[in-house]
Design a protein around this ligand. Structure first.
Ligand SMILES: NC(=O)c1ccc[n+]([C@@H]2O[C@H](COP(=O)([O-])OP(=O)(O)OC[C@H]3O[C@@H](n4cnc5c(N)ncnc54)[C@H](O)[C@@H]3O)[C@@H](O)[C@H]2O)c1
Length: 387
């Protein structure tokens, strides 16, 4: 049985992978610095919403799945997977040093017999830099692979098992070991070189971000003219095969799409105009929505405005980089009193209370709990669930 350690193993990407690998019989240790998540997982509690995770956790915990903050475990592993965050800085450039800091923290515990897998979404060229560092440290070729994660947050377990896995590596040894590993959980492996694999993941997320941007741009263009966007959208897409995947407008938020588009832009020396424009459009939508409400009410000053849905996507509890908070800031700047509400968050106003107390509403995220609401106050709903 192979021993696998996942660094960042309690995170949104690390945990589903650890659960799936432990469920096929690998001896998996989740190594993390987040003590709260470690405690929860050790007590059979999944720290965030993830379909099917609790069942796998309770089935495998302390049998083939272990959780720790003790970095010494790294020494005894056959495979070490790195899955920590890869944010961008205030200039929208990748914070490469954060990736390197994590590597530096564990590098003295790694050795050349181990397969080392990078799984975060990384800036193109990062695998090569890490290869050089490891080679210097081992005085030998490392077995290094980059195998990007492409799951949809919340559906990670199902998707790890069903999506093709992109495998890239710095040499044949690493490639075949990584392929063997992932073949135990998914049936299709796709091979690329590391730089190609790094770009593939960024291009996927960027493409999605651009899709949202065009929908959002059209929404703003049409609504700004006082016309009904969805009347046009429905007419042009109904029974029209080439519009089947035409995105609907909505807040394009979360920890990945924005920053990965910016990583790709940085890679192309900030000459990626389409990506930059998409960022301006998507980041401008919250301001536009507040502007729409302001038009309806005349002024937002002293008005009680409810925001329904504070998480970054529907039916999920993750608030990372949620644009509902940008809406909140903009409303406060216009001197409104804001009532944020979200059934997936503990510390927010109750839905019944905000519905009766507010003067107006903005729909932040179309959680299923909102679909059947009958709203009798002025509202802005770019998702069009209330018409
Ligand atoms: N969230 C997604 O749906 C998704 C999907 C595909 C790829 N990704 C990529 O995966 C990477 C991780 O994203 P995430 O959403 O899992 O982030 P996350 O913040 O949920 O998880 C990262 C984990 O790493 C831990 N960590 C940080 N520093 C550490 C250290 N020095 N040692 C051990 N653990 C440490 C954190 O405590 C946290 O639990 C990012 O590159 C992201 O772009 C995310």
């Amino acid at each position: 049985m192979k021993k696998i350690c996942i660094i960042g193993g309690c995170g949104h990407v690390g945990l589903p992978l650890g659960l799936v690998l432990s469920d096929v019989g690998f001896d998996v240790t989740l190594l993390d610095i987040n003590k709260d998540s470690i405690n929860k997982i050790n007590n059979g509690i999944v720290p965030f919403q993830e379909e099917g995770a609790e069942e796998l956790l309770n089935k495998n915990l302390n049998k083939t799945l272990f959780v720790t903050d003790n970095s010494d475990v790294v020494k005894d592993q056959d495979v070490v997977v790195f899955i920590t965050g890869t944010p961008v800085d205030e200039h929208h450039n990748p914070k490469i040093h954060e990736v390197m800091n994590v590597l530096d923290k564990y590098i003295h515990l790694l050795h050349k017999e181990q397969l080392i897998i990078l799984r975060s979404t990384i800036y193109p060229g990062t695998t090569e830099i890490i290869e050089q560092k490891l080679q210097k440290c081992f005085n030998a070729q490392p077995k290094l692979a980059f195998c990007p994660e492409r799951i949809l947050q919340g559906k990670g377990i199902e998707e790890i098992r069903n999506l093709p896995q992109i495998v890239s590596a710095v040499n044949d040894n690493a490639r075949s070991e990584a392929e063997n590993l992932f073949s135990k959980v998914t049936s299709k492996i796709v091979h690329l070189k590391p730089i190609e694999a790094e770009l593939s993941k960024l291009m996927l997320n960027t493409w999605r971000y651009l899709e949202f941007a065009i929908a959002n741009q059209f929404y703003m263009m049409v609504e700004d003219k006082g016309l009904d966007f969805y009347k046009i959208y429905n007419a042009m897409s109904e029974d029209y095969p080439r519009a089947k995947n035409y995105c609907r407008p909505g807040l394009a938020a979360g920890p990945c799409l924005f920053k990965d588009t910016m990583q790709l832009s940085a890679f192309y020396r900030n000459q990626f105009f389409l990506g930059q424009s998409a960022m301006l459009v998507n980041e401008g939508l919250p301001n536009f929505l507040v502007g729409q409400l302001e038009k309806k009410l005349g002024s937002l000053k002293n008005k009680k405005v409810a925001i329904l849905g504070m998480t970054f996507k529907a039916n999920n509890d993750d608030i990372r980089e949620s644009l509902s908070f940008k809406i909140k800031k903009e409303l406060e700047f216009k001197l409104a009193e804001v009532l944020p509400s979200d059934p997936y968050l503990k510390d927010s106003y109750k839905l019944e209370d905000v519905l009766s107390d507010c003067d107006a509403l903005i729909l932040g995220v179309p959680h299923k709990e909102y679909l059947d609401l009958k709203i009798d106050k002025p509202y802005v709903d770019c998702w069009n669930i209330w018409k």
